[in-house]
Design a protein around this ligand. Sequence first.
Ligand code: CDP
Ligand code: MG
Length: 887
Amino acid sequence: EEEDEEQSKEESSEEDTSSEEEEEEDNATETGGLKEAAETKQEVKLEQNVAGPDEQKEAIPARKTAQSKQLSEPAVFIPVDRSAEVQEARLKLPVLGEEQVIMEAVRENPCVVICGETGSGKTTQVPQFLYEAGYARDNRIIGITEPRRVAAVSMSHRVAKEMNLPRQVVSYQIRYEGNVTSDTKIKFMTDGVLLKEIQKDFLLQRYSVIIIDEAHERSVYTDILIGLLSRIVPLRNKKGMPMKLLIMSATLRVEDFTENQKLFRTPPPVVKVDARQFPVTVHFNKRTPLEDYTGEAFQKTCKIHRMLPPGGILVFLTGQAEVHSLCRRLRKAFPFRKSSTAGAEDEEADTAEAMKKFKKAKQKKTVSLPRIDLDNYSALPMDEGDEDREAGIGDEEDGGSDLELGDDPAETDDKADPSIPLYVLPLYSLLAPEQQAKVFRPPPPGTRLCVVATNVAETSLTIPGIKYVVDCGRVKKRYYDRVTGVSSFKVTWTSQASANQRAGRAGRTEAGHCYRLYSSAVFGDFSQFSEAEITRRPVEDLVLQMKDLNIEKVVNFPFPTPPSAEALVAAEELLVSLGALEEPPRSGRMTDLQRAKLSCPITPLGRAMAAFPVAPRYAKMLALGKQQDCLPYIIAVVSAMTVRELFEDFDRPARSDDESSKLNQRRARLAQMRRLWAGQGASLLLGDLMVMLGAVGACEFAGCTPKFCEENGLRNKAMVEIRRLRSQLTNAVNAVCPEVGVFVDPKMAPPTEHQVLCLRQIVLAGLGDHLARRVQAEDMLDPKWKNAYKTTLMDDPVFIHPNSALFKTLPEFVVYQEIMETSKMYMRGVSAVEAEWIPQLLPQYCHFGPALDSPAPWFCSSTGTIRCHRSSTFFRVAWQLPAVEKE
Ligand code: CDP
Ligand code: MG
């Protein structure tokens, strides 16, 4: 009772505080947190009054020191030897006209925002302005972050070429590759890479300027970088090592940065670059295809090519699979003659070449990775905000359909020459850089360029010569299910702002046309802007990253758009339960905000986990996987769980009797293979994860061929993706603990019984919060609980799916990967757990205490009872556990 009273007092005093004061306090604490971070990492001594946002005001006088003057107002102009051709092209870029304004703003302010249409020259020119103004002298360099790897690589090449400088001077760094040297002066990198560098050197002392490019995309890492830099820049200036921050955006909507008191108390100046944009006529479809928009895009592209005058076509689809499918269809429809087949065999060549490179890179990396110890962690769990990663959505299209399209005003134009070949190129984030570079080169003479792209072409890259845009109006986004905690990719409508950006791509060189494959009414229903990624995504990985930066109170972090307190609390609780963060002090009832304000420091395990490029649950498995030679298997299982769906879906209703019998055959075959892969006895208890492991193993033995996949009900794309992920995770593990020296042989022998036992325990340790217990006979008063399981998250019964390897076994305890609701709530990715492992591997979930007369579910004599951290309700069913030795 006493505790409760204290609690309510605290609550009321919290309410009394005016919002302004609260903010003050938050800022102070936050700066404290960051200072600590800087101190522990950098051993810098900071004076007491270095408060974050105030620093913005002080920063200007602070600059007037001799040292800062030298850097920010250089007396010399560093000449750049550009070719006449480049010089001429540059002069046409709108940003050139603003050079004086931009450089003056940069000199006068610690932080500047630059807004300008895509293609106005921000990315390629602003680093050059800074270079010429001397910002890359005195061993300091200019850093530019991009949310996408494509942009980091291609922009570094472009700028090197424009400046006539070698690539070891204008360099790039993306997750696993780069060409940065000690001579580097301008460095393009993904936002994830810079975040990783902040972990090593909080003050980023190598840099004189950081440019955050594509800030309008609001990628999670970009947002976090802006938050961090809003504090780092003042700290640097205070220390007499001046630093500048430039935020570049393709839209004018920058209030989240400029009018955010928590970020910058003095709003940074905004320099607008007026783009020279030619008019773009927008054509809406009369109707909106709900399913086959790839087919519709095909029809529209064919029509443009056949009927409209010369000019490149840019098609926007949502993902890699769709892009390839449309490229194939277009190449089939407009085959190249021998003389101009440059792009025709791309696909096969892509894959072969990629595999070759991939093998080479793998060998090189396994050998040359530096040895680092776990406590001095440096690798990053980066997804780099790349929506193209996932291969699951948008499967093969078959032959063309005969849809009648709406009227196009431009259609009557008859100047077109239908005999011109179509030069079709794919463009998406994961495409090999040499392939990506092709879109910037002029198409072979006498052909029409047609680029089929994902939203990378929306703002990051400007493709020359585009006159027609075909926009499917959709985007692939990651969604987060609050109930199951699992994220997935979904194709949804894009925002009006994005659709307009896409249309704008048609008006760069002359007046253009944009064909929207949806009606104007549908467009009217689009949201105005895309929401910041951080608000629609789980944050446990971010929280882990920040903790790894020694930012203890994540709730006080100056996010441009903060995630909800609820999301932060859920993330911390999960991380505590995984052992990545220390347990918070025990306390009574609290609001989410109060709980979010508790700080849980990171543990050594958490630091190791922070180094793996996967979600924390899977990272925990990887961190434990080195025991008993389980790593290759854990890597395979984690890869398989990360890919959306390994198996073909034969459960869909058949469209004809003929198809029905075929489906039945294939279903039976897949069921047979599942049984085979699941094995018997010990291995069967690893359940669906054993099936995944068996499928990956069998498929690799067969050479991962489409034929093998087709025959056995596997999705070839998923299997190819798993192969890629396995290699990537192997590199990540080797980077964190080179002494393990894991080498993933694609052909993997089945695990021994002993290893299966270990694998099951590792899986339990990772998926601990996804534990479920079969409902006991005496609790089955209601028939709906027959064969049901109870989870920690829901009151409703959940079930093992009939397709699961464990459907008939019905083990008492299981862990699951996710819950899918179809006709019932079904657990997917189920694996059996032995009861006695739970108190040993998940002590955080178990409560030990003396026996009570009336045993409440969470108190049991000398045995553990499981309670759940993620919900306030305890299990209705007491989970009696075998006694464990307590010290
Ligand atoms: O960053 P922003 O969108 O403002 O423009 P940019 O990427 O700097 O591009 C400026 C100009 O350079 C555009 O007109 C592009 O067409 C051109 N460019 C190019 O031709 N080849 C590249 N690899 C990159 C840019
Ligand atoms: Mg740009």
